[in-house]
Design a protein. Structure first.
Length: 249
């Protein structure tokens, strides 16, 4: 029977993604820590952590991989109409800690969360280092939606999103895609398929294709710093909350 490798036994080196389990799909190895170096190494190799509080750290690289092709992405007619109405204001990196805490909140009374306190602290460290970023959606001064993920070079790895107002997370994604398009990003990693992601235009590609593409995009040099939206999408002020400029598309 195939044994699950532990990073403590491999010197912290991830096995090749091709050695991941078929069932459960993509389980690659276990153990290690959630420090910045190992997280950045993992993402650049197409690997991400996903585990519950009562489990060791589990690392995954599923096949196929769900992604959003930025160049071909088009927000739905209803989302474009919503953005034109100016219902929401948007910011980048204007409330990362609030976004990840909202993503971690249970979605119903009988469900827990995989975004543990340990995970939240780890991604907050990445945020302070300029590698983890968030999109915030504001309505009348309240944070009503958003998403967060990790950026290496010109590659964005999506982690989670939340919505407290109808279509807020979809609007956040549309704004992020447009900004990343302008910056020359080509792909957003969405990890594993689900109906919600499919409704947003995400597709599945072979893991080998995904790994080849992120090897190129992660190698492209970009300054690791706080992100700011372009003027016409909305701009953030230092220590900003809600934006004064509404989206017009």
């Amino acid at each position: 029977m195939k044994q699950l490798p532990w990073l403590e036994d491999t010197g912290g080196v991830f096995p090749p993604a091709s050695e991941a389990f078929d069932e459960p799909n993509g389980l690659l190895c276990a153990g290690g820590q959630l420090g910045p170096e190992i997280l950045l190494s993992a993402y650049s190799q197409g690997v991400f952590p996903w585990f519950d509080d009562d489990q060791p750290i589990l690392w995954w690289s599923p096949d196929p991989r769900m992604v959003i092709e930025i160049e071909s992405f088009e927000a739905s007619r209803s989302i474009r109409k919503l953005l034109r109405r100016g219902v929401f204001n948007f910011s980048l990196d204007g409330g990362f800690e609030q976004v990840i805490a909202s993503c971690a909140a249970p979605r119903s009374e009988d469900t827990g969360t995989w975004i543990t306190h340990e995970m939240q602290r780890a991604y907050l460290r990445l945020h302070h280092l300029g590698f983890a970023h968030s999109v915030e959606v504001w309505q009348e001064g309240e944070l009503v939606g958003g998403l967060y993920g990790v950026a290496i070079g010109s590659q964005f790895f999506g982690e989670s999103m939340f919505s407290k107002a109808s279509n807020a997370s979809k609007a956040a994604l549309a704004i992020l895609v447009e900004q990343l398009r302008r910056w020359g990003f080509a792909l957003i990693d969405c990890q594993v398929a689900n109906p919600h992601l499919e409704s947003l235009g995400a597709i599945e590609i072979h893991r080998s294709d995904f790994l080849a593409r992120i090897a190129v995009s992660c190698a492209q040099r970009r300054q690791q710093t706080r992100w700011t939206l372009d003027e016409d999408l909305g701009h953030s002020r230092a220590n900003s909350g809600p934006l004064s400029q509404k989206i017009v598309l």
